[in-house]
Design a protein around this ligand. Sequence first.
Ligand code: GMT
Length: 377
Amino acid sequence: MKIGIVCYPTFGGSGVVATELGKALAQKGHQIHFITYIQPVRLNFFNENLFFHAVYVPTYPLFQQYPPYELALASKMVDVVLHEKLDILHVHYAIPHASAAYMAKQILATKNIHIPVVTTLHGTDITLVGKDASFEPVVTFSINQSDAVTTVSTSLKNDTYSHFEITNEIHVIPNFIDLERFKKQEKNHFKKAICPNDEKLLVHISNFRKVKRMNDVVSIFDLVRKDIPAKLLLIGDGPERINLEIQCRELGITDDVRMLGKLDAVEEVLSIADLFLMPSESESFGLSALEAMACEVPVISSDAGGIPELNLNGITGFTSKVGDVNQMAKNALYILQDDNLPTFRENALKRAKEFDLNEIVPSYEKIYEYAKNKLKK
Ligand code: GMT
């Protein structure tokens, strides 16, 4: 199949899932055309079936404040469908990709080309920005106009039905993991450098946005550190970074907290971690927790959104109410006991294997067939 994939090309989970999906489909022999404004960060790989088409928004004085990206994207989709003879368009994240796809589809229909559109909803496009009155009518319309709609968890499917008037069926296809890449590696020298006195290592990875409750990450760590020697690694970057620096200084724990910025090879850091923290306010799935679990790292998380569909309470880690840092710290200390950690590690890996890319990617191929058949009717 010739598939056009539209996504955000940045480090965010939706772009990562879209890119990993494209790479996996290319390896299965599909021809994949990424359509976005810069090369996706995880598209760092050569395969004869992978193509990248850049969306270019011309500058013009009138566009200075609001460049019309959605129109340039829709035009690019039309261009790529026509010239590469695509069979399907798969857009990740509703805003503005689903409505741009709708526009492209209508333009193509005037040329007697009928292209099915699959929309995958990832989280904040529904739970945060999507339901804002500034976008809600367009999001509802474009979800209903898609030939197939998927969400990354049952929780996100339920949220979509409750926040919008959806007439379309929604299919759940969870996030997936490449177990060849995400596995515990031998990195003892690195562990020794970060934890010279055999401290326990806690890790958090995110885009440092408010929704991640980064202050809770630091509070949990501070409570753990009062009981056992521990270090915290923070990977990623974003608007909350400054607040975190202030919080760490106020708590007097800067020597035990390191911010590594945006890293490509997160699996190397996860290989030396003892515990992953995800206290998010809202989280449709929690891809970075899955990446940690694949590297045998148990998870202390909130019970927000789709996280409990991944992190099994008392088995692969613990889930607690959003903001309950005392409970989270208590559970973290329980997991980190030498008698308990190996079992939690084993369970985390076992659970991660249920999201193996080889098991999940065929569900997307089935959805493409479903969308094609739906369009024909
Ligand atoms: O986690 C983020 O803030 C990035 C965000 C995105 O839209 O790029 O991630 C969302 O999609 C991921 C992939 O499907 C999910 O694993 C994340 O849980 C989800 N984030 C939120 O719902 C906050």
